[in-house]
Design a protein around this ligand. Structure first.
Ligand code: UD1
Length: 420
């Protein structure tokens, strides 16, 4: 099993291109199932989760062609099955996003209940409730969800009890081919939802309000082919900015969408980073100074993202002062705390949702284990500042969400090697 070997103590400096967004690519690939015509998805990142989604599309019978620039062309005109099997869905929760498109287009779908990162129970009740409101008959048995709508879905008002990114995406896609108008209320407002809405509209859907908490979708009879460039990955961008800040470095990110990073950029400024921001680039400079501790509370977009909580905790671990971190989205997203404390951090947990981080001026290398995707990148950041060589085990979690992380960090002067 691959590990990362990281020798800490070097400030990150340099320029880096940000990859396409994983969390946008996955729903967009699922959305290609809504049409019989070919769809070209550009700027997809080279990641394990993206490969899993492509494999799932292939299993359903879609033809997928990937070129050397990682543009993915999908043609779903001749599906051979409408079942997303447990083997694929269990490794990646986002596989569940094929449910909406399949039942909308084919009137029928069978999708395994999801797995994914071990960061809480992560139910799918809102996805299912919404599909029922749109007229599907939904049942769960033997670990599978069965959805039937032989006469097609019917547009309706759907109120989501909580803000769910995946739930909003699944229902948005389903509603595209429903008869009549659907209004999704209390919808997620994440930039990836905006990207998905824009993508669906290029295929002939009629989606408005994406990016606000009420999304309106006027159903169309048929969608057509098209081409879409996936937005930049805001979590990847934020992770490298935080890594540069933690190591007291200076970096320039290019091909990034600064507007999608508001809450994170504000926290980095509070931590002492000097930021210069252009249309599609961000420069961060710590001027060699130690960061200041900053309190964080995760909330749905536009609040501070849960996907960057762990990385900011690593920064707070070596910052000057004490900070409080509250996690409001997932109930088990502090698994990195124990590992960070093995590196000499001083973090106390108060229940499932609150951590108090006492900044120390030096972390020390130790063997640690990655537990979930974003937790792994927080350990990478901690290792980059720790004295000595840290070995991070189980980095397959990192490969799910970060494209060639060791190469990108080497490019910035980090001493990072992949070892087996
Ligand atoms: C997506 C992102 C993930 C991010 C998360 C929150 C992708 C592929 N993944 O995950 O990186 O951390 O948004 O920003 O885009 N919930 C329910 N019932 C439901 C659905 C969700 O109770 O039917 C709960 C979840 O357990 C969780 C919260 O709602 O506590 C938010 O989950 P959700 O926004 O759905 O996350 P994902 O779409 O799975």
């Amino acid at each position: 099993m691959d590990k990362l070997s990281i020798t800490g103590g070097r400030a990150l400096h340099g320029r880096l291109r940000v990859s396409g967004a994983k969390n946008s690519t996955l729903p967009i690939l699922a959305g290609t199932l809504l049409t019989d015509e070919p769809v070209l998805v550009r700027n997809a990142p080279h990641l394990h989760d993206v490969t899993t989604m492509i494999e799932l599309l292939g299993t359903l019978g879609a033809q997928v062609v990937i070129d050397e620039k990682l543009n993915v062309e999908v043609c779903a005109n001749n599906l051979t099955q409408l079942c997303a099997p447990y083997e694929l869905v269990k490794t990646m929760r986002a596989s569940f996003l094929v449910l909406g498109p399949l039942v909308a287009k084919h009137g029928k779908a069978q999708v395994s209940l999801p797995g994914g990162c071990a960061i809480g129970s992560r139910p799918v009740d809102q996805h299912l409730k919404g599909l029922e409101v749109l007229g599907a008959k939904v049942s769960v048995s033997d670990g599978y969800v069965y959805a039937d709508a032989p006469d097609g879905l019917i547009g309706a008002d759907v109120y989501m009890d909580l803000v769910t990114v995946g739930g909003t995406e699944n229902l948005m896609m389903a509603a595209c081919l429903a008869r009549g108008t659907t209004r999704l209320q209390n919808a997620a407002r994440e930039p990836e939802i905006v990207d998905l809405g824009n993508f669906l509209n290029t295929l002939g859907a009629r989606v408005t309000g994406h990016g606000t908490s009420t999304i309106e979708i006027q159903g169309v009879e048929k969608m057509h082919g098209g081409e879409h460039r996936v937005m930049a990955d805001r979590v990847e961008a934020g992770t490298y900015l935080i890594a540069a800040a933690a190591t007291r470095g200076s970096i320039k990110l290019v091909d990034v969408e600064p507007d999608t990073l508001g809450a994170v950029l504000e926290k980095l400024q509070q931590a002492g980073a000097i930021l210069t921001i252009g249309d599609d680039w961000i420069e961060l400079d710590m001027q060699g100074k130690r960061p200041r501790a900053v309190d964080i509370e995760t909330t749905p977009y536009p609040g501070f993202p849960t996907d960057m909580q762990a990385q900011f905790m690593a920064l707070n671990a070596i910052a000057e002062g004490t900070s409080a971190i509250r996690e409001n989205i997932f109930e088990n997203r502090f698994m990195h705390v124990q590992e960070m404390n093995r590196l000499g951090a001083d973090i106390e947990l108060h229940g499932h949702s609150m951590a108090v981080v006492h900044g120390t001026d030096q972390l020390r290398a130790a063997p640690v284990m990655a537990t979930d995707l974003r937790a792994s990148s927080s350990l990478v950041i901690a290792a980059l500042v720790a004295q000595g060589t840290t070995i991070i085990d189980r980095i397959y979690h990192i490969d799910r969400g970060y494209e060639t992380i060791e190469e990108k960090l080497q490019q910035l002067g980090g001493s990072v090697q992949r070892v087996s």
